[in-house]
Design a protein. Structure first.
Length: 397
């Protein structure tokens, strides 16, 4: 087995430097615990940006994957497979929507939602093709494709990638007046994250989501919720839109949808929207693959059975209250919903992340000053207490 040092050297030598990982090497995992090649243990408090709701190596998910591996892994959509239909039915039950369009990554699902909205505007609403407009929010994170970075306001994500895809307007996150002003007869959709994860766990002002949804309805504009990070119980509700009783026209789903094992993403919407797609108009070789569908099916079954939203809410409230007890004048705010929690510092939080790692806790700063904690929802209170004790030592001066 390679040492951590060797692994890091090779990764940096042969891999493009589009990430700057913290110097911790994952080699074996169990639930919330990560081991490096030297056998040192860490508490995973990032959960692959919320993809690992169920922690690492959940036995039922692993079994579902193994069972499906033995039977069938890929059909492509040139043919049917005997897993996809059941899974899509289940996802429709979860979202209350009539139809699903499966993809693999979150970015692909976002792209799919944008394509849906543009086509819907053109084919259903008669907006001239090429004139469709979509409204998004400042400091959004929706993925990494050219079109998605075109609507980003993050210079690191955008620089040098022009020409950018036109057709987007950016409003301030949570500003209802700006939303009203941005809508024109050519607007087809407004897309937002119910909580901005990458931006630093930013929760919109109370009532914004609901009001935004209503304004969209009045103007015949689709309300798209990017729940890739917030979906599937993470914030204490099955979907974060439920905090304001909003049912979006289109759910964008990913990350935890694949149980942290395989990339599974999808959008869910009613048929009057998703029927804009006709054969040949969109697709993906691996989208809807039976391996992903089988693992995701099991993930949905577990989510339903063990009341994960309630677990995330209770554990999140506990975790957040303990974080708030930590005394350090550099901490500006502790905020979050469920188990999606941000600790904002006055200045660069990277040194605190290093201290956390020294104490065996894995988390990462986002937008420099905020450390995001998103432990697996399966974490026990004993594990959370142990992690909290270490966080306290790392954070207190
Ligand atoms: C992670 C994320 C995406 C992109 O998902 P990928 O699987 O990395 O392409 C999109 N939207 C949100 C809100 C995310 O957190």
């Amino acid at each position: 087995m390679h040492s951590s040092k060797k692994v890091i050297e090779k990764t940096e030598k042969y891999g493009a430097h589009n990430y700057k990982p913290k110097e911790v090497v994952f080699s074996e995992t169990d639930g919330i615990i990560v081991k490096n090649p030297e056998g040192e243990e860490f508490y995973d408090m990032l959960s692959a940006y919320s993809a690992l709701n169920f922690g690492h190596g959940h036995p039922e998910l692993i079994q579902a994957a193994k069972d499906q591996l033995d039977k069938l892994t890929l059909s492509s959509r040139a043919f049917y497979n005997d897993v996809l239909g059941d899974w899509m039915e289940k996802l429709c039950e979860f979202t209350g929507k009539e139809m699903v369009l499966p993809m693999n990554t979150g970015a692909e699902a976002v792209e799919t939602a944008l394509k849906t909205a543009r086509r819907w505007g053109n084919l259903v609403n008669g907006i001239e093709n090429g004139k469709q407009e979509i409204i998004v929010c400042k400091d959004n994170f929706h993925g990494r494709t050219i079109t998605i970075v075109s609507m980003s306001t993050d210079e690191d994500a955008r620089k040098g990638y022009g020409p950018y895809t036109p057709g987007f307007k950016v409003i301030e996150y949570g500003n209802i007046e700006e939303l009203k002003e941005a809508i024109t007869p050519n607007t087809v959709a407004f897309m937002m994250e119910p909580i901005q994860g990458e931006a630093g766990v930013i929760i919109p002002p109370e009532g914004f989501m609901k009001e935004a949804y209503e304004i969209c309805k009045e103007n015949n504009v689709l309300f798209i919720a990017d729940e890739v990070q917030t979906g599937f119980a993470r914030t204490g509700k099955m979907f974060a839109c439920q905090h304001e009783g909003v049912v979006p026209d289109i759910y964008v789903l990913g990350k935890a949808l694949g149980g942290g094992i395989i990339a599974v993403s999808a959008i869910a919407a009613d048929s009057h929207i998703l029927n804009v797609f006709t054969p040949g108009s969109h697709g993906s070789t691996f989208g809807g693959n039976p391996l992903g569908a089988a693992v995701s099916m099991k993930a949905l079954e577990i989510l339903e059975r063990d009341d994960y939203p309630k677990q995330a809410e209770e554990k999140g409230n506990y975790f957040m209250s303990k974080l708030k007890e930590i005394k350090n004048d550099d901490i500006v705010e502790v905020r979050g919903r469920g188990l999606l929690i941000g600790v904002e510092f006055k200045e660069d939080a990277a040194p605190y992340v290093e201290k956390l790692i020294e104490k065996g806790v894995l988390a990462k700063e986002t937008h420099e000053r905020t450390i995001r904690f998103a432990p697996p929802i399966v974490s026990s209170y004993e594990q959370l207490d142990e992690a909290l004790a270490r966080i306290k030592v790392a954070f207190e001066k």
